[in-house]
Structures are given as structure tokens and as C-alpha cells.
Design a protein around this ligand. Structure first.
Ligand code: SF4
Length: 254
């Protein structure tokens, strides 16, 4: 396939070539806007929406938001689940190697790779094979303003997981947007963002993320007290803290 140079031209070439566009959808505002943007450009027959389920660890309603947005647009929707939950992953790591920190860290995010990326790629491969797609454009709702790391990410590029069966590209369709613009686009589309934002959350995925702000942890704790107890019990059992600050979750969320 001949690929043109600018991201816009490259995406247009891939649309024309019949590539499959995968909308990774966490249920968060950026995923929601990404899907709104994709639908403005890509035929529905070339889009699939995938949600990596984190089970009880994620905000209630996140999966449902992704599912309902996909259904409203008539798009196929896949839930990708790992064989273990985040807390099970921590327990197994502690059982196998109690001398090293049991929780994922910001630099080696096994939670993202094992619970999200891996299951999503497995499900997308299956879907692409069943539906005859050879070229996959993996779309992520990451924004440059979220962090210096995300600002450095290329808006478009070939992925290293490409092989003789599938060629994978990564595209960040909302990389250039601000949070204010994101909420504005959701409103203009006549949609509602997940309710956790109205409660005060800045970001949405796991209720208690290893990288979350204190405010998000506080909101998560006050609306999910049972889950907080489970995290607290596991922190105490392993002797390691969940959050990258190394401060116990109950203190951070107090
Ligand atoms: S939201 Fe945070 S804790 Fe949850 S999988 Fe992603 S990085 Fe890990």
C-alpha cells in the first residue's frame, strides 16, 4: 500500500484502502470524543469499539457508556477481559516474589500491558481475522496536555506488533485537544460524559489508579468505599503501597 505523507493524507489513504479503525474506549471523555471524531471521518463499516474491562476496579458505568455510544452509532462493540483482575495480579506477584513491590509502577505498567493492551490486541486480531481486515489503525484517546509523556507521543505511526498477517498503525485522533474542547465537543454532540466528572474526577479508568491525583482518589474513595477497603487490605497484606507516591491509599484519599 502506498502511504501519503501528512497524517491527514495517511489516514485518508487508510480509510480508502479499507483499514479497520479500532476505537479503544475506556468510557472516559477522551475516548468518547475520539469516537465522535472517528465517526465524522471513517465509515461505520470500518470501525469497531473495544473496551478493556477492569471489572470491579473500574468506575461503574464506564463500560456501559462505551457500549451505549457504540450501539447508538450502530458499531460492533467488544469487551476485552484479562484472565485476572488487578488485585489478583498483585496477589500473584506478592505470592511469587514478596521481596519486590507487588503493585504495578508508573514506569513498568503491567496493569496497562496485561489488563488492557494484551487483551485488546487479542480481541482485535480475532475480529480482524473474522471480518477480513489486514490493516488495523489502533486509535487511542490520548491528549498531549495530559502529561509530558503523552505530549511526546507521535500522532501517527506504524506499530511494532505488525507482522505478515496484520499491519498495525497507531493514531491519536484527539492528541491536539484541550479538556475544555473535549467537554465542548461532547456537549455539541448532545451526549453526556461519565458521571464521575461531575463528581469532581479529572480522569477516568480504574477508580484507584497508581498515577491518580489526590482529588480523583478522594472522589473514588467516597463513592466506592468497599473497593477502597479491598485495596487497603491488600496494601497491608503485601506491605507495599498502590500509589506511585508510596503513600498508603487511605491516607491519600482521606
Ligand atoms: S488506570 Fe491506572 S491502575 Fe488502572 S490499569 Fe491504567 S495505569 Fe493501571
Amino acid at each position: 500500500m502506498t502511504i501519503a505523507t501528512s497524517t491527514t493524507d495517511q489516514i485518508d489513504s487508510l480509510i480508502a484502502a479499507g483499514a479497520l479503525f479500532v476505537a479503544n474506549h475506556s468510557g472516559g471523555k477522551d475516548s468518547q470524543v475520539q469516537l465522535i471524531r472517528l465517526l465524522e471521518r471513517v465509515p461505520a463499516s470500518q470501525i469497531v469499539v473495544v473496551h478493556a474491562s477492569l471489572g470491579a476496579m473500574e468506575w461503574p458505568g464506564a463500560m456501559e457508556l462505551a457500549r451505549d455510544q457504540a450501539a447508538a452509532a450502530g458499531l460492533p462493540f467488544i469487551v476485552a477481559s484479562a484472565a485476572k483482575t488487578l488485585l489478583e495480579m498483585v496477589e500473584r506477584r506478592f505470592a511469587g516474589r514478596p521481596e519486590v513491590p507487588s503493585w504495578p509502577s508508573a514506569s513498568t505498567r503491567q496493569c496497562t500491558s496485561d489488563l488492557k493492551r494484551g487483551p485488546i490486541q487479542r480481541e482485535v486480531r480475532k475480529f480482524a481475522k473474522a471480518n477480513g481486515f489486514k490493516v488495523i489503525v489502533n486509535c487511542l484517546g490520548l491528549r498531549a496536555q495530559e502529561s509530558p509523556g503523552r505530549a511526546k507521543r507521535k500522532e501517527f505511526g506504524l506499530m511494532g506488533i505488525s507482522n505478515s498477517v496484520h499491519t498495525w498503525y497507531e493514531w491519536l485522533p484527539v492528541h491536539d485537544l484541550s479538556a475544555t474542547e473535549v467537554f465542548g465537543i461532547i456537549e455539541q454532540a448532545g451526549q453526556q460524559p461519565h458521571y464521575a466528572y461531575a463528581l469532581g474526577n479529572d480522569r477516568l479508568s480504574c477508580v484507584f489508579c497508581i498515577m491518580a491525583s489526590k482529588e480523583d482518589l478522594r472522589t473514588g474513595a467516597s463513592h466506592n468505599p468497599d473497593l477502597l477497603q479491598q485495596y487497603d487490605a491488600l496494601e497491608k497484606r503485601t506491605g507495599y503501597t498502590m500509589h506511585m507516591s508510596r503513600i498508603p491509599l487511605v491516607e491519600l484519599a482521606a
